[in-house]
Design a protein around this ligand. Structure first.
Ligand SMILES: Cc1cc2nc3c(=O)[nH]c(=O)nc-3n(C[C@H](O)[C@H](O)[C@H](O)COP(=O)(O)OP(=O)(O)OC[C@H]3O[C@@H](n4cnc5c(N)ncnc54)[C@H](O)[C@@H]3O)c2cc1C
Length: 456
């Protein structure tokens, strides 16, 4: 038996962890403030200094949201796309809160000095002509946040929300930059400081333009076509696409693509799906897709031969360059997609180290590719699949219940917990729970990799 701990030829460095990324983001957002200090920012007391720090840094953090969420490969390889999206959302909430209280914090000292006049002071600040772009930015932000919070209640489709999100961001960036340059009192001291805001805003807007216009143009040059879309289990479909042209396209098993099946590369209705095939399947690529909403419940309407545009590959849920003495693939529902892709790659590589797949679903009829997985059990020297169902079914050998700590603990003894790598994929609630169980079982953090099937 091969006891080597290397798995595949080493390639990319793993991205930053979420914690590292957050610290990096805070440092980047703080740079303009540090710059303002070097430019002779006036010292007007502790309250004003903190306020100026927050005003400058929060606005810089807003502008830094664009590269963070812009799906630019050079950036996502460092940030990790899911970490970046997660931080984008979390930081976005804090930025929105700060945006709302910003005008009140500005007039707070005046309220303090003359409490009876606060309403008048606030109103005067709002209607002052020099504040107008700040007020417009504030209103756009308010509409944008309300749309995000009440998207489901207002029945706004995900696609419409994404488009408005992009336009809203551009509006807030331009209006906010104008406000920072004309009203932000630091901006009055140094022309270079204004130029910095203008450059950061231009980069942010350029990223949105890249997303909406340049990337689709590039995708048009690398088209794919649909090979098939067929139901393979109770709620799951296997969708296969194929390269339609002579261009280079590579991926690692476990990565994901954004698929656009509208026939128009500029249409923003694209959805992320994990690749369920091994790189050896190229020029074909397959996905396992679970019915959920508008797009995924209409997969029967896809026609073989139709045009498909892809963005990617993205993600670091891969074997690449990772060391481990064994591999655990843990899938919940549609999370089988990338785990099956990795398993297929392991089979193609003739990997001889121990591999375990843990696959949970409500019912047996939701389990995908069982014949193939059983065949791989025979092909690989040390591979076994463990099924988990919510309720018992006659003749099915499965754990009954969730993928809980006891069940996982029974499958992975201390030696495995110390030396194996754990790949977890599924809906966020399942990924969170399994990750917590593995942490409680003392699996080291760096050996836990996960992909949540949602950026929400
Ligand atoms: C990295 C990643 C990999 C994924 N891999 C798979 C997979 O292999 N198999 C699978 O079945 N599902 C996968 N998903 C989930 C899949 O993208 C959604 O189920 C699908 O987009 C839902 O679209 P809908 O129109 O059917 O549903 P809707 O009702 O429109 O959306 C339901 C939810 O899906 C998410 N969603 C919808 N559209 C998008 C979008 N354009 N971008 C991001 N999230 C969106 C949102 O959370 C939304 O609230 C993955 C998601 C992510 C983030």
């Amino acid at each position: 038996m091969n006891t080597s701990t290397s798995l595949l030829p080493p390639s990319r460095k793993p991205p930053l962890t979420f914690g590292q990324l957050m610290i990096f983001y805070i440092i980047i957002a703080s740079i303009p403030f540090i710059y303002s200090v070097t430019q002779g920012l006036e010292n007007r007391g502790i309250y004003e200094t903190i306020l100026v720090y927050l005003n400058i840094s929060v606005f810089a953090a807003l502008l830094a949201q664009y590269p963070l969420a812009g799906r630019i490969n050079a950036v996502t390889q460092v940030t990790g796309l899911d970490n970046g999206m997660h931080l984008h959302r979390k930081a976005g909430e804090w930025i929105a809160i700060y945006f709302f209280i910003h005008p009140f914090l500005i007039i707070l000292p005046r309220i303090w000095n003359s409490p009876m006049r606060w309403k008048g002071d606030l109103w005067d600040s709002f209607i002052a002509s020099e504040s107008s772009t700040g007020v417009y930015a504030w209103i756009v932000m308010a509409i944008w946040v309300l749309m995000s919070v009440y998207r489901t209640k207002l029945k706004i489709s995900y696609e419409a929300w994404r488009i408005s999100h992009g336009i809203g961001l551009v509006g807030v960036a331009i209006l906010g930059t104008h406000h920072a340059i004309t009203v932000g009192r630091h901006g009055r001291y140094e022309a270079w400081f204004d130029i910095m805001w203008a450059v950061l805003c231009t980069i942010a807007v350029a990223i949105v333009c890249y997303t909406y216009f340049v990337r689709p143009a590039l995708q048009k040059k690398q088209p794919f076509k649909l090979v098939s879309s067929k139901k393979i289990a109770d709620n799951d479909w296997e969708v296969t696409i194929e390269k339609d042209g002579d261009f280079d396209f590579n991926f690692d098993a476990g990565q994901f693509l954004w698929l656009n099946t509208s026939g128009n590369a500029y249409d923003r209705s694209e959805h992320p799906f994990s690749i369920a095939s091994s790189p050896t399947s190229l020029p074909q690529i397959s996905f396992i897709i679970r019915e959920l909403g508008d797009f995924t419940s209409n997969l029967d309407k896809l026609k073989p031969g139709q045009r498909v545009y892809v963005d990617g590959p993205h993600g670091v849920f891969t074997l690449n360059g990772r060391q481990a003495s064994g591999i655990a693939l843990i899938a919940g529902g549609a999370g089988i997609g990338p785990n099956l892709g990795i398993l297929r790659q392991i089979r193609d590589l003739g990997e001889s180290r121990p591999v375990r797949m843990v696959y949970g679903n409500r019912r047996m009829s939701q389990m995908c590719n069982q014949d193939e997985i059983k065949a791989i059990e025979k092909d690989l020297p040390d591979f076994k699949q463990h099924l988990a169902l919510e309720t018992p079914e006659p003749g099915v050998d499965a754990h009954i219940g969730y993928l809980d700590k006891e069940f996982l603990g029974s499958l992975f003894d201390e030696e495995k917990r110390n030396g194996w790598i754990f790949y977890i994929c599924g809906p966020p609630i399942m990924v969170d729970a399994v990750t917590e169980h593995l942490r409680a079982l003392k699996v080291p953090e760096k050996q836990i990799l996960f992909e949540q099937l949602s950026f929400d």
